[in-house]
Design a protein around this ligand. Structure first.
Ligand code: IVH
Length: 686
């Protein structure tokens, strides 16, 4: 437990009646900033590591704001100020730096005989020992170096000798200490960066909402995030670290337990699952226990690590070039399976993206039967060397779509096979296939595969919410020739519908009623429903607020980029969409049928909430984000995705992010909890 700073007025019941900065002398300002940094560092520890905050969030925000204000007014720059948590300047690239000492890896196996053998060798060499047993975190290994009690850098493992300097990213992780008031002169620690399961799911939901591709699993998400060049984006993502080792220090340490105690006392986040056992049976039991608890943990683990506790014994055991002889990773049976690829097929998605998929001889992977696995793209297939008939290892990682991770055996007699090639024409419509980076797309906008997916998307709940049009109906409508373009939906004829197999008058009438009810949707909903790449619900809304439909259709990439959260890739996707004549025709016909209305708080509305700008973080019980946004916009409010000076309210729901709250505090934006939101906003629209 870190001790409370002495004699600091901002720790317990802080006095937040600050003098205006303009009236402060520089010396007093420096002193106040220093005390605020010390206090905020302590509050971060209490909040993120000890899970036992001393002060209310609001008070914390006031201290934080004050520190930012002082730093700005008096140019008090400090890399390790807690204000860096919200992100600093974007970097041009990551620098490669050397580790303080080589970052070794671990001997590992899932075979109990091998861990018994490890234990025997140890006892032969040094006699009986105790083992520290720990979860084997499935994240990314990181080295963090402190000199004279301050954070100097964080480096990825890289090749073990050198790695990438990710200091700016790691500084944004609230639980990582930036200062160690009682730290040794030198301390290099090792830990694992990961993304908690719940945070990973939220992040993916948000990405899908925005029209971005979701991450495959928490590990990829953490790895992708830590190497981002923009610390502000990193700060908005839920990263965590567990520290488990001291790599190098000027302090004297005798054992793993004293090392971990030191880390804990200095304020590092260490995992309480760690235990000490006195023999091999203890390791095996610990492993069985964690196997059972695995699904309940907030992080992914892929085994347990056993380490000799006593450092003198470690010294005698020594290390090979790659791994220490005193530690061993006992891996869980992987959630992988081996099977053969029966066929590789190519699927066409809504945006026309071609995805190779392996159809497998069905295999049970820890309780789930897997018969297909994604191969992502042609490059991936080539790099793995997957072909029909090959034996492959597939993996279910982080409860997502299974993927082929390795080819373990070529198929007998298949060696002449030229291997997989992306088709030159679309497997569904025969249209032209175009390459974009690693991906291939069908260029035919009226490709039936794309059309079916587009219809499904157009009718989905967050889009036009036309109930009853799922995968099967979309297929039927296209295959039976009733719909050649999404716009044909609004020309559907009752007689033709009733003739479809499985349809009667009731279902036909229901669909027609649903279609009619969708008329007059908001422009934001309509734009989202069009299924333009990278345009999820939020970006669609932002575009609708910025342009009427006719102007949006002609907007230049430059004009689009002026819209919130629209970067070059998104702008390019939008212009490309509206430059395709078939799309223009569809949109014009749809617009005539639907007559989408622009009501997104752009001054055109006459709603009860005209002129109100609202941002959400976390979820409001009883509503999806998109239902709420729709509701507010229908009444004239504007719902945006980031907090600025123009925001009226930040609605803080369940599991909120920290970034938006910080921005709200910075901009003096009022925050509302769900109850206050109900009273202050929802009640105005009845
Ligand atoms: S100790 C010299 N402990 O597993 C010993 N590693 O090679 C250093 N890992 O790259 C590693 N959890 O990233 C250790 N509790 C734990 C760990 C752990 C995960 C990772 C580490 C390493 C990989 C195995």
């Amino acid at each position: 437990m870190v001790e409370e700073p002495d004699d600091n007025p901002y720790v317990q019941t802080p006095d937040t009646s600050f003098d205006p900065v303009e009236r402060m002398e520089e010396r007093a300002a420096r002193k106040q900033a220093e005390r605020l940094r010390e206090a905020i560092g302590y509050h971060d520890y209490r909040y993120y590591v000890a899970n036992d905050p001393v002060i209310a969030d609001r008070t914390y925000d006031t201290l934080f704001d004050r520190l930012q204000e002082l730093e700005a007014a008096f140019d008090l720059d400090d890399e390790n100020s807690p204000t860096r948590r919200v992100g600093g300047e974007p970097l041009d690239e990551l620098e490669t730096v050397e580790h303080v000492a080589p970052m070794l890896s671990l001997q590992s196996s899932g075979d109990p005989e091998e861990i018994r053998e490890f234990d025997r060798r140890i006892r032969e060499a040094v006699g009986e020992v105790n083992y520290s047993v720990e979860p084997k975190f499935d994240g990314l290994s990181i080295e963090v170096v402190y000199e004279d009690g301050v954070f100097v850098r964080a480096v990825t493992r890289g090749d073990g000798e050198k790695g990438d300097d990710v200091s700016a990213s790691l500084r944004t992780v609230g639980s990582v200490p930036l200062r160690l008031p009682d730290g040794p002169d030198l301390l290099a620690v090792r830990g694992e960066v990961y993304m908690p399961r719940s945070g990973f799911q939220d992040l993916n939901e948000r990405r899908i909402e925005r029209g971005d591709d979701p991450f495959a699993n928490p590990r990829n998400a953490a790895a992708g995030t830590i190497r981002l060049l923009d610390p502000e984006t990193v700060a908005s993502r839920p990263l965590e670290v567990y520290f488990y080792d001291v790599i190098e220090t000027s302090a004297t340490l005798r054992s793993q337990t004293t090392a971990v105690d030191l880390l804990r006392d200095l304020g590092f986040r260490v995992d309480d699952e760690t235990a000490v056992v006195d023999d091999i049976e203890g390791i095996l039991d610990y492993r069985d226990r964690l196997m059972d608890e695995r699904a309940d943990l907030e992080y992914e683990i892929d085994g347990v690590v056993a380490k000799v506790v006593d450092f003198a014994a470690r010294e005698r055991l020594g290390s090979t070039a790659r791994h220490p002889r005193w530690a061993f990773a006992y891996k869980f049976p992987a959630r992988t399976g081996e099977t053969t690829v029966e066929r590789i097929v190519v699927q066409v998605g809504r945006t026309g993206k071609l995805t190779p998929v392996a159809l497998l001889d069905p295999v049970d992977v820890r309780g789930v039967t897997i018969s297909r696995a994604t191969l992502h793209n042609a490059t991936h297939v080539r790099e793995l060397g997957v072909r029909e008939g090959a034996t492959v290892r597939i993996e279910r990682a982080g409860d997502v779509i299974p993927e082929v991770v390795e080819v373990t055996g070529p198929a007998a007699g298949e060696s002449d096979d030229a291997g997989f090639a992306m088709p030159e024409t679309c497997p569904v419509c025969g249209g032209r296939v175009v390459e974009e980076g690693e991906y291939h797309f069908c260029a035919n906008a009226s490709c039936p595969a794309q059309l079916k997916r587009s219809i499904q998307h157009f009718c989905s709940r967050d889009a036009m919410d036309i109930q009853g049009v799922g995968e099967r109906t979309a297929e039927q409508l296209v295959d039976e020739g009733l719909v050649d373009s999404v716009a044909d939906l609004y020309d559907l004829d009752r007689a033709a519908l009733t003739e479809l197999s499985g349809w009667g008058e009731r279902s036909a009438d229901n669909l027609l009623a649903e279609l009619e009810a969708s008329e007059g949707a908001t422009l934001g909903t309509f734009l989202y429903a069009l299924g333009i790449r990278h345009v999820g619900t939020e970006r669609a809304r932002a575009l609708a607020a910025a342009f009427p439909l006719s102007r949006l259709m002609d907007a230049s990439a430059e004009a689009l980029r002026a819209v919130e959260d629209v970067g070059p890739e998104v702008a390019e996707a939008v212009t490309a969409f509206f430059q395709t004549p078939a799309n223009v025709e569809t949109v014009e016909r749809l617009a005539a049928a639907v007559a989408p209305e622009r009501r997104a708080g752009d001054g055109n509305g006459d709603g009860e909430l005209d002129g109100l700008t609202v941002v959400f973080t976390g979820s409001v019980p009883g509503y999806t984000r998109s239902e709420l946004s729709d509701l507010l916009e229908r009444h004239g409010a504007r719902v945006t995705s980031s907090v600025s000076g123009e925001t009226d309210y930040l609605v803080v729901g369940e599991n909120p992010g920290t970034r938006k709250r910080e921005r709200a505090a910075e901009n003096g934006v009022e925050t509302l909890d769900p109850e206050a939101f109900e009273k202050r906003v929802l009640s105005r629209i009845g």
